[in-house]
Ligand binder design. Structure first.
Ligand code: ZN
Length: 266
């Protein structure tokens, strides 16, 4: 058995690979051990996923939505005290009736005791545009999602590993020797806490969903919506021209909803 990224033998590898990071709320999309070797798994966790998770936007989003990390620890958020400009840590105590804890400095604490602090502001951060780690995470997830669809088909997986057309995205995600930064497209397609009604009437709060888009120019795009933000990466390189064209021809609909029913929002 060979690794999807480095193509080295992965017979001795023991870890399963979470396609979307566990700390971004993924429990179900996992590749069996050996599809991604332990070294590559470890590289992605430290060099790509960690900086993305530490990004202010993703950290705040995880805090707001109570998305725990793989050790089931809930992330801490940051708030700013307008009067003092002090940035404080905020956390939710799950054992104590979900109470909020804010750690203040002396100046802010004194003002609060005097009743002079009426409000604090949660720091939400801006969605990262043009962030090389987000881009390479998209590349990693795209290739892994392809492998996920072929799990159980040894021949199909073998083809994926040997396919030279996928070598640039493999190299980009795992090594990036050429120091590239492939552009990705991002936009909001629904609200972060949008609720969806399923056919059986159950209400669903989506964390992420993804699919592939093939255009008439034989391009393949990986499309992922995370908490309502759609991200799109060309599987063959740093160009979004074909996607922009596709959007124009399809009334700016999301490829995630083309040919299917529009999302049934609550
Ligand atoms: Zn590997």
């Amino acid at each position: 058995m060979k690794c999807l990224f480095c193509k080295q033998s992965s017979i001795l590898s023991t870890s399963v690979e979470h396609i979307v990071p566990e700390s971004l709320g993924n429990k179900g999309y996992v590749l069996a051990k050996g599809i991604v070797c332990d070294q590559c798994n470890n590289y992605f966790a430290i060099k790509i996923e960690k900086p993305v998770l530490e990004n202010e936007f993703f950290n705040s989003l995880r805090f707001r939505n109570s998305i725990p990390n793989k050790k089931n620890k809930h992330p801490k958020g940051s708030v700013i005290i307008p009067q003092t400009n002090f940035v404080a840590e905020i956390s939710v105590d799950k054992d104590d009736d979900e109470s909020l804890h804010v750690v203040l400095n002396d100046e802010s604490f004194a003002l609060m005791l005097e009743g002079n602090i009426k409000e604090i502001h949660l720091l939400a951060g801006e969605f990262p545009k043009n962030d090389p780690n987000v881009s390479r995470l998209m590349a990693k997830m795209g290739l892994e999602m392809m492998a996920h669809r072929l799990m159980g088909h040894a021949e199909g997986l073998g083809y994926l590993i040997d396919e030279v057309q996928l070598d640039p995205i493999r190299e980009y995600a795992r090594y990036n020797h050429k120091r590239e930064n492939w552009v990705y497209h991002s936009r909001k397609i629904y609200e972060e806490n949008e609720q969806f009604i399923q056919e059986n009437g159950a209400v669903l709060d989506k964390v992420f969903e993804c699919d592939f888009l093939s255009t008439k120019f034989n391009e393949m795009y990986f499309v992922l919506a995370y908490k309502g933000i759609e991200l799109v990466l060309n599987m063959a390189g740093s160009s979004l021209e074909g996607y922009i064209k596709w959007l124009e021809e399809n009334n700016n609909l999301s490829p995630l909803y083309i040919g299917k029913n529009a999302p049934n929002k609550k």
